[in-house]
Design a binder for this molecule. Structure first.
Ligand SMILES: [Zn+2]
Length: 130
């Protein structure tokens, strides 16, 4: 089958259906980002997938996703710009990675003043001494 957006050949197992369109993974992610950044259905399925395969927290992610997640977790908050610079990502690559991390409920956006930061989805309890 072919991706209805970019016409690339997609294997049946690698295809995604989005509102009746057959999409390859790249187009699917693009499309999802266009529609809205956060989608409860995606959160649900990503969480369930991780639960059913017995994966916890950062397991089940690609190395890049893990590194981005670790960065956010260790620093407490980072900007998208920092993620792009540190990992040498283009904006669309960065957004695709963030979408996955957000769908897995690992990171979320946090607005402070005029800036939006990426912070861990589940804030850990305050550690004494920090
Ligand atoms: Zn495509």
């Amino acid at each position: 089958m072919k991706c209805t957006r970019c016409n690339r050949d997609v294997k049946e197992g690698d295809s995604y259906t989005h509102f009746g369109e057959i999409l390859c993974e790249d187009c699917y992610l693009d499309m999802r980002l266009e529609v809205k950044a956060c989608d409860p259905w995606a959160v649900h399925s990503a969480t369930r997938l991780r639960e059913s395969s017995g994966l916890a927290e950062a397991e089940g992610l690609t190395e890049l996703q893990k590194t981005i997640y670790e960065l956010v977790k260790n620093k407490g908050k980072v900007t998208r710009q920092e993620v792009m610079e540190i990992h040498s990502l283009s904006e669309s690559e960065m957004l695709a990675q963030l979408a996955i991390l957000r769908h897995c409920e690992l990171i979320k956006g946090h607005k402070e003043g005029h800036n939006v930061y990426l912070v861990p989805f589940h804030q850990e309890g305050t550690e004494e001494g920090n």
